[in-house]
Design a protein. Structure first.
Lengths: 516, 359
């Protein structure tokens, strides 16, 4: 295999001051004397023309040398070395070749994760010239994941081999991975014009089926995960609603705005931390949690004292009044912060994700939010079942008059429970701010769904809310790719209406005989 | 409360004068379109803008009346009446689009490079079928939804939420281009109705008079219903459904009838709204619009029939003034209205008048 053929013709006749033959010799010298590289490499690279730089990078990629790693890493940052101030200008082609060369060098690293990333990069960018090198690394690779990734990179290259047996082996190897890239690569092989050997084509077909099955599993898991994620958000939004609805029998239409207040509190906390304690910026969401709870709970209690208290026994009027409150809150936020979305940044520990399968990445922020939602449910359960306040709340929920007769201060309980419900929504707002846009209309988009959770889950029941939220979330996300988001929502609404035919009190009804 | 002169006068005078005032208002409403026919520049000429605005408010008043029938009498607060209104509007819009497009496809379909009309557009070039659709689309939807909802005795806030979710789902559906109703932009650029140019003064005046006629007819139907035994049963149903059932009544049929009637009235109002305003789009189905209708009824007074008309006029009149004068504060005002009306005016303006009349 001739390494120079693809690169050299490009240097062409208009190169006047350097003789191709001389360059060839120089390059060969360079390759033969890898230890003399480093500073010499950098000088040589910067002096070369772009086309020569390209062939140089290709040559480096085919025969990596650990000593050159530092130079390549620095070049990726746009420099030539840690203490070298010369500027490096690269075009897109050179950048791609550089990435490839760097990955090739990183395969020599001792760090398995670095090698894995390098192998993934090589799956996309490896050149035929690198086959020999990849083959050596593939044979000697101890780590299973890296081994598999390297195999795929190698198979990608070998598909261009002239020997059908080599291609057949490569196709089989591709079938064992679950990589979306393998699918596109295999699909091209089904065309007789591309792949002349019939045996390889049939093998490609079986491999393709294998890959598709694996991809399907990844997709389904991904949908289930986003369903869980949506469910946890719905849970945070609906939990407080379920408590206040169970306790007071009123629907708080301003509940969505409690989410919004929580999200805006997060924004304010972020700005304050940035200004007064930039060192703690990494942990601002943790600071925002108590702040958002306090703000939302405070507003909630204020509303209960001033408006909702006077409307007891008139649930439909309460609904309208709280809608009015939500209009005022939205417009107030719009006047203070502007109608545009505000920017809430993810801290470092919440960005990025966990790669589970080649086509399945679970974002850390969503994982944390699922865990957070479950924690909130646990705390709420403890509060309702293990404290005096919880006992009172449950008593008033079951029978207001009887509880009052037994000395439960129902007015205070109402206020505190309303504060609790709103505060939980505020916590939900903090979570939402980490995965979505924060704007004045934030609450509106979740309010109808969280009502449906309450309707489905039954009144005042934590378990009902939990199941209903996750059920709705997963059903939403599983239906979305099949029939589209909108039809999915409509179908779910129809299903809920049918479900209520069967169980008017929701999934988990309070046992008892109540007649109005 | 900010009371118009008319109301203040009515409370001082008693029923006979309020009847007289009603007659004067009616005469004014009939005179308005006729005055708009006067040549431009005449001192008494009513501008097309005013006529359209009042016509729009009259359509909303019909919605308020329809909502009062289900909420004020049967105790079912619907937060989804905007859906029925918009469905009626879309049915009329389909006819108007076909009329504007002639033999070719409506413009938005050519943009989507569709080659033929979807099946549900069949026959919409005939005005009679469009009128049938105006009644059938909201009526059938209300029938199906109501049948299932009342069968399982969904009521109170549950019912409100389900209707709100229904109109929300409808809005999402109509926002999609694939649904075949013009997506985001809805229907607009109408040219003619039954061969008459839609922007001409004469057509506007006739449409306005038709709206007044529909309003009167709905008022009459509502009034007759409320006075009949049927109305008494509805009121009983609102106040104590269980006791009514113990007396041997099956509430489902009563609820379903008034619910479908209300939806059909809304659909008719929507059908008159579209040619006057000249546009229909999915935002008419947004939950916000429907819940605003509830505050018209609440402000005017539930279960009074005339109150909701008053409420719709007051709120929409103020809205058109506010959104020009203080656009930022309209939502504050509307929100405050929601709160104050529910807190301090449980029986609405009409209830207030009655109380003063008794004193």
């Amino acid at each position: 295999m001739n390494l120079w053929e693809p690169a050299l013709p490009a240097i062409g006749p208009n190169e006047h001051h350097k003789d191709p033959a001389m360059l060839k010799a120089l390059l060969a010298l360079l390759l033969l004397l890898p230890l003399a590289a480093q500073a010499g490499d950098a000088d040589f690279f910067i002096a070369a023309k772009p086309n020569e730089q390209a062939s140089l990078l290709q040559a480096w990629a085919a025969q990596p040398d650990p000593a050159r790693l530092a130079l390549l890493s620095a070049m990726q940052q746009g420099r030539l070395g840690a203490d070298d101030t010369r500027k490096l200008r690269l075009n897109n082609r050179l950048r791609g070749l550089l990435d490839n060369a760097l990955a090739s060098h990183q395969l020599l690293s001792d760090d398995a994760t670095l090698r894995l990333a390098a192998a993934r990069q090589l799956q996309k960018s490896a050149q035929p010239a690198q086959v020999a090198f990849l083959d050596r690394r593939f044979a000697g690779e101890p780590d299973a994941a890296v081994h598999a990734a390297l195999g795929l990179a190698l198979a990608n290259l070998q598909l261009a081999d002239s020997n059908p047996a080599v291609r057949l082996a490569a196709v089989r190897l591709l079938g064992e991975t679950g990589d979306p890239m393998a699918r596109t690569r295999l699909e091209t092989l089904l065309d007789p014009a591309v792949e002349t050997d019939a045996g390889v084509r049939t093998a490609a077909e079986t491999s393709l089926a294998q890959v598709k099955r694996k991809l399907l599993i990844g997709e389904l898991l991904g949908q289930a995960f986003s369903g869980l994620s949506l469910g946890s958000i719905l849970l945070l939004a609906a939990l407080g609603l379920a408590i206040t609805f169970g306790l007071l029998g009123v629907i708080n239409m301003a509940h969505g705005e409690m989410l919004m207040l929580g999200a805006y509190t997060t924004y304010v906390v972020q700005v304050l931390v940035q200004r007064y304690a930039p060192g703690a910026l990494e942990f601002y969401p943790l600071l925002a949690l108590p702040a958002a709870f306090a703000v939302s709970a405070g507003v909630g209690m204020l509303l209960e004292r001033t408006v909702i208290r006077h409307l007891y026994g008139r649930p439909l009027e309460t609904l309208l009044a709280t809608w009015g409150i939500s209009l005022i809150l939205i417009q107030a936020i719009r006047l203070i912060f502007g109608a545009q979305n505000v920017e809430v940044a993810n801290p470092g520990w919440l960005s990025g994700g966990l790669q589970v399968l080649p086509n399945l990445v679970l974002p850390y922020s969503r994982i944390v939010i699922i865990g957070f939602a479950l924690c909130v449910v646990l705390l709420t359960w403890l509060l309702l079942n293990r404290t005096r306040l919880g006992l009172n709340v449950r008593a008033v929920t079951q029978n207001r008059n009887m509880a009052a007769c037994c000395g439960v201060p129902t007015g205070r309980v109402d206020m505190l429970a309303f504060g609790l419900g709103s505060g939980i929504a505020g916590l939900g707002g903090v979570a939402l701010s980490q995965i979505g846009n924060v704007g004045p209309d934030l609450g509106q988009s979740y309010i109808i769904d969280s009502f449906l959770v309450v309707v489905l889950g039954g009144v005042g029941q934590l378990a009902g809310s939990l199941w209903a939220a996750f059920g709705l979330g997963i059903a939403n996300k599983l239906l979305e790719p099949q029939i589209g988001a909108v039809l999915g929502k409509i179908l779910i609404l129809a299903l809920i209406i049918l479900f209520i035919q069967k169980r008017p009190q929701g999934l988990f009804a309070l046992k008892g005989r109540v007649i109005d | 409360m900010n009371q118009p002169l008319l109301v203040t006068a009515a409370q001082k005078a008693g029923p006979r004068l309020s009847l007289a005032i009603g007659a004067i208002v009616l005469l004014l409403l009939i005179a308005l379109p006729l005055l708009s026919l006067l040549p431009a520049g005449h001192s008494l000429q009513v501008s097309a803008y005013t006529l359209t605005l009042v016509g729009k408010i009259l359509c909303y008043a019909i919605v308020a009346l329809a909502l009062d029938l289900v909420w004020g009498y049967a105790g079912l607060l619907s937060l989804g009446h905007g859906l029925f209104f918009a469905l009626g509007g879309y049915a009329m819009g389909m006819y108007l689009m076909r009329e504007a497009a002639g033999d070719s496809l409506p413009a938005f379909m050519t943009f989507l490079s569709w080659s033929e009309l979807p099946w549900y557009w069949a026959g919409t070039q005939h005005f009679a079928w469009a009128l049938c659709l105006v009644v059938l689309a909201p009526g059938l939807l209300a029938l199906v939804f109501g049948y299932f909802a009342f069968r399982s005795r969904i009521k109170g806030v549950y019912f409100s939420i389900m209707t709100q979710a229904l109109t929300f789902a409808g809005m999402l559906l109509f926002f999609r281009n694939e649904t075949g109703f013009g997506g985001n932009n809805g229907f607009t650029n109408f040219r003619s109705i039954l061969g008459f140019e839609i922007t001409s003064q004469g057509t506007r005046a006739v449409l306005f008079l038709l709206t007044v006629a529909l309003l009167l007819a709905s008022l009459l139907i509502g009034w007759r219903l409320a006075r009949s035994k049927f109305g008494r049963v509805l009121t009983a149903l609102r106040d104590a459904e269980n006791r009514l059932m113990f007396c041997g009544y099956d509430p489902r049929g009563f609820k379903l009838f008034v619910w479908v009637l209300s939806a059909v009235l809304c659909g008719l109002a929507g059908a008159l709204y579209v040619p006057q305003v000249g546009i229909i789009n999915p935002s008419e189905m947004s939950p916000t619009n429907s819940i605003e209708a509830a505050v018209w009824v609440a402000l005017g007074g539930r279960g009074t029939l005339i109150g909701p008309l008053l409420g719709a006029g007051l709120v929409n009149g103020m809205k058109s003034w506010f959104t020009v004068a203080f656009p930022e504060f309209w939502l504050f005002f509307l929100g405050a209205l929601f709160i104050l009306v529910t807190l301090y005016l449980p029986k609405g303006v009409v209830g207030l008048l009655k109380k003063r009349g008794e004193q």
